[in-house]
Design a protein around this ligand. Structure first.
Ligand SMILES: [Zn+2]
Length: 505
């Protein structure tokens, strides 16, 4: 069947940033087959479905370039704290039972529904499993992307070193009894994890006519053995899939690199031979000028998560320096516990604002057109889907949203791109299409019974609350030691500043 979107204003986001005041888009199967004013439809089949789009803007669906769906139940759930403290409450070092496949399904679906309604058509999901990943849990998560109709590229984000080795100073700070408990916590070996990945890639890479894909993830270089870090790179190369890695999200991680390796973690991954154009470097906040040059030379993509970075006080990524060096950037929400929404419109606005208070040279500030590029093309690039999604051109996948221009956000309409970044919050999105299928319309997702989903979420709340309470008690025990580590790292001079405030608390 074919679908014609008729008489839309069209922002293509193609290489020439082509915009049509009025044009039609013809979709056949999963792809855009033609686009332009007054298309000749003489040869089209009788069963052509027409979507009238007067006063509507057609543009590529937004891409959430970095996300962790396992955090989807944690919106508003934890006190604000820096990453190293906050992770005690999110991925506790002493948990025993992995979440059930059903819980993985429901919470992944909750995020997918939120995103589809807001016009986010694709997500790069760096999915973690605490304390261990299993095929059943992974498949529960993937089933949500199958059913929701969303495009997703998903990893298995599974650290495999003992907890205190992920941080500087912690081995010395922790009492021996706690260290021993951490030693005894089971960890998955490189062999176990690569076997899990092999099955994961076989089952899911290219599933649903290419709508679903896989990537690999080490979480962060300090959280895995060097052997596993390099094994993942081999998998990434063999299957031509992205490799996700959080690098220098926090100042403490800069200290960690110096303490453990005598160099920054960017230099560490480069020297380990894993920094390639397939790499998705997440955050890149506490990078110095040499790190930026190394990232630019590698051809990697950087994921910028400005709401998350503010929520847990990580710092401000040097956006302009990375862009000027030639590093492609995508935008992401990171996860519900550090953004509290999966709303990419809010992320774009935050990115449009935060860099203005770090640089008095206003010519360096991110512009609305380049933020729209990050939201669409940048995201596609990071997912390994450059050329397939992120723009509206014949041959690309039909991931299209329609935005109502007859809303307060666009009245009066002064500048489309600026108003998309600074006025729109997702409420003007009236249609979301993924791979040629309309999956949301007028604020309702068509692939899922949203009311039933919310009932399922609420039914899981008591179990979830019990887990949170157990986690909080364990975190409270560890908190003083982690705080000491945090303060010790904060007192160290790292030679660069990415906070707007003082170096030390
Ligand atoms: Zn992340």
């Amino acid at each position: 069947m074919s679908i014609l979107i008729r008489n839309a204003r069209v922002l293509t986001m193609d290489d020439d940033d082509t915009e049509y005041p009025r044009a039609d888009i013809l979709v056949r199967g999963t792809r855009i087959v033609d686009l332009g004013p007054d298309l000749d439809l003489a040869n089209e089949a009788q069963d052509l479905e027409v979507i009238e789009a007067d006063n509507l803007l057609a543009m590529p669906g937004l891409v959430n370039g970095h996300f962790h769906s396992p955090g989807n139940f944690l919106k508003g759930a934890t006190d604000d704290a820096p990453l190293e403290i906050f992770m005690l409450y999110e991925v506790p070092p002493f948990s025993d039972e992995p979440p059930s496949p059903h819980l993985n399904f429901v919470r992944t679906m909750l995020g997918a529904v939120e995103m589809l309604k807001l016009g986010v058509t694709a997500v790069h999901d760096d999915a973690f499993y605490n304390p261990r990943a299993t095929s059943e849990a992974i498949d529960g998560l993937m089933k949500a992307y199958v059913d929701s109709g969303m495009r997703a590229v998903v990893t298995i984000d599974q650290p495999n070193v003992v907890e205190y080795e992920k941080y500087p100073f912690l081995r010395d700070i922790l009492p021996e009894a706690i260290r021993r408990r951490m030693d005894e916590t089971p960890r998955q070996t490189t062999e176990e994890l690569t076997e899990l990945y092999t099955g994961f890639i076989e089952r899911w890479n290219g599933a649903c006519d290419g709508r679903l894909g896989t990537a690999v993830s080490c979480s962060a270089p300090q959280r895995v053995t060097i052997e596993y870090l390099q094994a993942l790179s081999e998998l990434s190369e063999r299957h031509s899939i992205p490799y996700d890695v959080h690098i220098l999200e926090t100042r403490l991680q800069r200290v960690l690199g110096e303490e453990k390796h005598g160099k920054s973690l960017v230099r560490y991954v480069r020297d380990a031979g894993v920094l390639t154009p397939r790499m998705m470097v997440i955050h890149a906040i506490w990078v110095d000028d040499e790190d930026i040059e190394i990232l630019a030379a590698s051809g990697c993509t950087v994921a910028h998560n400005p709401v998350s970075n503010q929520k847990i006080g990580s710092g401000i990524m040097p956006f302009r320096r990375l862009r000027s060096a030639g590093v492609p950037i995508c935008l992401g929400t990171d996860e519900a516990s550090v953004d509290d929404t999966a709303n990419m419109w809010g992320v774009a606005k935050a990115a449009g604002l935060i860099h203005k208070v770090t640089d008095p040279e206003y010519r360096n500030w991110p512009t609305a057109p380049e933020l729209l590029w990050c939201l669409t093309r940048g995201g596609a690039r990071g997912m390994g889907l450059d050329g397939r999604v992120g723009a509206l051109t014949p041959g690309r996948e039909a991931d299209i949203i329609l935005v109502d221009l007859d809303t307060i956000a666009f009245t009066p309409l002064n500048d489309l791109r600026r108003q998309l970044v600074f006025c729109e919050n997702g409420s003007s999105v009236v249609m979301t299409m993924v791979a040629g299928r309309v999956v949301a319309r007028n604020g309702r997702v068509l692939t899922v019974d949203e009311e039933a989903l919310k009932r399922e979420v609420r039914a899981l709340v008591p179990e979830h609350r019990r887990e949170l309470a157990v986690t909080a008690a364990a975190a409270a025990e560890l908190h003083p030691y982690y705080r000491e580590m945090y303060l010790r790292a904060a007192a160290r001079n790292v030679g660069l500043q990415r906070w707007a405030g003082p170096m030390t608390p």
